[in-house]
Design a protein around this ligand. Sequence first.
Ligand code: 5GP
Ligand code: ZN
Length: 118
Amino acid sequence: MNDCLFCKIIAGEIPSEKVFENESVYAFKDISPVAPVHVLVIPKVHIDSSNDISRENVHYVSEIYLAIKEITRELGIAEDGYRVVSNCNDFGGQTVHHLHFHIVGGKELGWPPFNERV
Ligand code: 5GP
Ligand code: ZN
């Protein structure tokens, strides 16, 4: 059995606040938002992380970016701007190992997104 949290959200086994869905992509509100708008966009197939994007599945990433364009326009943050983040593995801070893209917006964001310098 697939024990992935986001696969369970796609299957409807765990409830989520959907903001967008099509054949390839599902998007929902992050349960613990870090900004006024915080949406997670995920492929409807299980891909562990950006390390596992391949020629065979890369079209999901294109579909995700097309979805991001629609979602940000729909939520009214496209013009002001927003950030898209995908964390990978431990150093990247990835906690759920199903590829996902955070859309963060609705306020001006600081840069860099971490405190330390090299
Ligand atoms: P990561 O840290 O892997 O980049 O991002 C995982 C994100 O998933 C976190 O921002 C976390 O708040 C969110 N998250 C974890 N569990 C759930 C859940 O059950 N439902 C929703 N909507 N978001 C979740
Ligand atoms: Zn999964």
